[in-house]
Design a binder for this molecule. Structure first.
Ligand code: ADP
Ligand code: MG
Length: 351
């Protein structure tokens, strides 16, 4: 047959079409009214997304410039697709040395592999490649191709030498991918830098990953809008928060369509297929941005039931907003009073 009947839509375009409206992922309504306070804001395109850093207070301009430089440094360092990146280099060479940032992310990723019972798998890169998410050559892989990629998800073959800051992949073809954790780490680093510059009020929006420092200048909480996954140019609820990362993973953020089926970029490592278990988005709220990013991906993979059990065991370190495919909203107890939506919201209680 001469015609390629496959219809492929890059949902990323849709998500980024929302930029002007919602800051590519979530609406942050700052509503700062104190005009005497110095403020600065800068945008940058990095890690495949638009990012904005806004800080308030003396020295805001300088602080934001330093934050943007850090984003650019981490983008160049952590990319798996560009030869500037050490991730790219270790993937090419079956291992090699890693910077302090790379080592930190690898070690946290390996801990998260254990704690999430494999839902978070930093060795996912060969599977991302098989689906064409790495080079935008989207397509459902053949059974054989997927089987080969799945065999490379063996995290126990990632050998880390902490003292020498090196990693070795014991299986040929293995490759790591910080796509599920790097943006959260970056927002945490940005907040740290702003604090070093004496900033006490700031908001960082890394394409759907929001992290806020302190409270707004008027002393009230930040209001972070949560998008409706069924209609991602509209909000479904608002979270009031102080000093937290609010990070969402949604199937709608990056996906393609083939033969009438939508395939997205959050992969269930046990099948090699996009996770499909009834969740449309997972938002993690935590003071630890790195954790929040990794867990948004992991809990999306787990599905509501397992993710609820996971939260109940770890409820001191994060909270969650789940939105199901049928549009139901569940929030965990710790943020129940801070989240408002027009529709009914079910509260998940700690045990
Ligand atoms: P986004 O990048 O849109 O914020 P996520 O934080 O959920 O969304 O990250 C998705 C990215 O994480 C994928 O593009 C891929 O790089 C990586 N990834 C996908 N599935 C997994 C997984 N099960 N474990 C770890 N990383 C994953
Ligand atoms: Mg993530």
């Amino acid at each position: 047959m001469a015609y390629n009947m496959k219809k492929k839509i890059l949902c990323l375009l849709l998500a980024c079409g929302l930029l002007a409206f919602a800051g590519c992922g979530q609406t942050t309504v700052s509503g700062q009214s104190d005009t005497d306070t110095e403020s600065a804001t800068q945008d940058v395109f990095a890690m495949d997304t638009y990012m904005t850093v806004t800080a308030y207070g003396d020295g805001a301009e300088e602080a934001v410039s330093a934050a943007i430089a850090e984003i650019e440094r981490l983008d160049a360092l952590l990319t798996a697709t560009d030869d500037t990146g050490e991730t790219y280099t270790v993937n090419q060479n079956g291992g090699g040395s890693l910077s302090e940032d790379g080592m930190y992310l690898l070690e946290r990723s390996l801990e998260l592999y254990e704690s999430t019972e494999g839902a978070f798998n930093v060795a996912i890169f060969p599977v991302m490649t098989a689906w064409g998410f790495v080079d935008d050559a989207f397509g459902v892989p053949s059974e054989a191709e997927l089987k080969e990629a799945l065999a490379l998800l063996d995290v126990s073959s990632i050998l880390v030498d902490t003292d020498g800051s090196t990693v070795t992949f014991a299986r040929e073809g293995m490759a790591i991918d910080f796509g599920g954790i790097a943006k959260g780490y970056t927002s945490s680093r940005v907040i740290q830098i702003l604090e070093e510059y004496g900033i006490e009020s700031a908001v960082v929006n890394l394409g759907g990953n929001v992290q806020v420092l302190g409270e707004k200048v008027d002393g009230s909480a930040w209001r972070v809008g949560i998008l409706d996954p069924a209609n991602p140019d509209e909000g479904i609820g608002v979270l009031e928060t102080i000093d937290c990362a609010v990070i969402t993973s949604g199937g709608y953020e990056r996906c393609f369509e083939e033969d009438g089926v939508i395939y997205h970029h959050i992969i269930d490592p046990s099948t090699g297929y996009p996770a499909e278990n009834g969740l449309a988005s997972v938002t993690i709220v935590s003071q630890d941005g790195t954790l929040a990013d990794a867990l948004s991906t992991s809990l999306f993979v787990m599905g509501l039931e397992k993710a609820t059990a996971f939260w109940q065991k770890n409820s001191d370190s994060f909270d969650v907003i789940f939105i199901t495919d049928s549009g139901e909203i569940y929030v965990t107890e710790g943020i129940a009073d801070d989240f408002t939506a027009e529709q009914e919201v079910s509260v998940i209680e700690a045990q």
